[in-house]
Design a binder for this molecule. Structure first.
Ligand SMILES: Cc1ncc(COP(=O)(O)O)c(C=O)c1O
Length: 429
């Protein structure tokens, strides 16, 4: 059955073992998408969508949002936002090389490789809804410790979860840099062979909470594995905090592989968590399926206006400069934690790859010197309740015993968290 809305001019699919129509639930493939009022005509006297013809009723300035009142707020938003998608495609290397500067069609601009969601959280949910049949018989695979929404979303969708924990390399004598989490590729391969009902593999790169970038060779190895017929989802919420994101991102695999879907977001490096703009990058068939399934006007007009501005050349330079600054603060913070580690207060060496905008710091038992989740939890609470510094307790996550996850803040915030932590560690043993 052809995917509704997809142009037939598709290149041969690589890898050959992947057939998107076998992954997608039959009811989704058969779906007749909701047609928006604006799908056919978007200009003229617009009396088609039961909007308020007298306009919005906001009086005065909207706090903090310039020109908000000129955004045609009484009209439904554009259902597809091609300009935003074009800018994202260009930023992430998905605009075809042959594309001319006056190209407009989605295929010419690369916009057909981009889907927009209400945060990447919506895209995670949509991916499960389109591909994994609820009822527990079909599953996703995750690699704990990882972002919590994959399993929450699986539960909401009544979808099974197979867990293949990451490995803390160096702890098992395999060599590698101590403390860097790594994906157990062979274990994942075994798991998908043992259970062909696994439709999606979720990888998080750089990981939350591990902060570790996954090498592209690891991702390729799963994409090429002929016994896995599903989709490898690579969540790159933190990708702009790595060095040279364009070459390290799995977005660079999208043109070649039909079975990869890369998630990104404006919530982290762009500093726009409030606007809720998440991104999926994949080949057009999967993008078309997500588009057919989404709610018609999922991206609001204010969000779209802010996102478009955030993707202008000037804003992108600012975003990249801020990421550089964050990375230098991250190094300073790590160095300060390492110094504190020598002061016998009970701070261990940071774990994980430190490739994102946070660090993972183990709190140690003052007697044994081993990571102590009990002490870390007390420290976490004291920091928040007595000192107004809120970090994240991650001690319950596999491989993260005693860990606090600390977001890299401003220089003042980083100074404050270090000072307060010392105060708290002196009191809580
Ligand atoms: C790995 C990861 N993916 C996705 C998200 C959610 O992103 P969004 O704000 O785009 O929904 C987060 C947020 O913390 C995250 O850590």
């Amino acid at each position: 059955m052809p995917i509704l809305g997809l142009s037939p001019s598709q290149k041969p699919v690589y890898p050959a073992h992947f057939d998107v129509e076998k992954v997608i639930r039959p009811n989704i493939l058969a779906l007749q998408p909701y047609r928006c009022a604006r799908d056919d005509y978007s200009e003229g006297i617009l009396l088609d969508a039961n909007e308020n013809s007298l306009g919005h009723s906001i009086e005065g300035q909207v706090e903090g949002v310039q020109d908000a009142l000129e955004l045609n707020l009484h009209r439904y938003p554009d259902p597809s936002h091609p300009l935003i998608k074009q800018r994202i495609a260009t930023l992430r290397g998905l605009r075809p090389e042959s594309s001319s500067s006056d190209a407009t069609s989605d295929a010419e601009t690369g916009a057909d490789h981009v889907f927009l969601g209400v945060g990447s959280d919506e895209v995670i949910d949509l991916l499960m809804r389109v591909s994994v049949t609820p009822g527990g018989s079909e599953k996703i695979l995750i690699t704990p410790p990882t972002y919590g929404m994959y399993s929450v979303c699986a539960q909401v969708n009544d979808v099974g979860v197979v867990r293949v924990p990451l490995e803390l390399r160096g702890d098992n004598g395999e060599g590698g840099e101590k403390g860097r989490f790594s994906v157990r590729v062979d274990e994942i391969k075994k798991a998908v062979v043992a259970d062909p009902s696994i439709k999606l593999i979720f990888l998080c790169s750089p990981g939350n909470p591990t902060g570790t970038l996954i090498p592209l060779s690891t991702i390729r190895s799963l994409l090429e594995f002929p016994d896995f017929r599903g989709i490898v989802v690579v969540d790159e919420a933190y990708i702009d905090f790595v060095d040279d994101p364009l070459t390290q991102s799995a977005a660079s695999l999208v043109k070649q592989y039909a079975n990869v879907c890369v998630l990104q977001t404006l919530s982290k490096s762009f500093g726009l968590a409030a606007i809720r703009l998440g991104i999926a990058l994949a080949q057009p068939p999967l993008i078309q399926i997500l588009t057919n399934t989404k709610a018609p006007y999922n991206i609001s007009t204010p969000t779209a206006a802010l996102a478009l501005s955030a993707l202008s050349p000037a804003s992108l330079s600012t975003m990249q400069a801020k990421c550089q600054t964050m990375k230098s603060y991250r190094s300073q913070l790590l160095a300060s934690f390492a110094e504190l580690g020598k002061a016998n207060l009970g701070i261990g060496r940071s774990i994980g790859g430190n490739d994102a905008n946070f660090v993972m710091i183990p709190i140690l038992d003052s007697k044994t010197g081993e990571p102590s989740s009990a002490r870390a939890n007390k420290v976490y609470k004291a920091l928040a309740e007595e000192h107004g510094v809120v970090v994240r307790y991650r001690g319950n996550e596999p491989g993260c015993a005693g860990c606090l996850r600390v977001t890299v803040g401003t220089e003042e915030e980083n100074k404050a968290v270090l000072e307060k932590l010392v105060e708290v560690l002196r009191i809580i043993s």
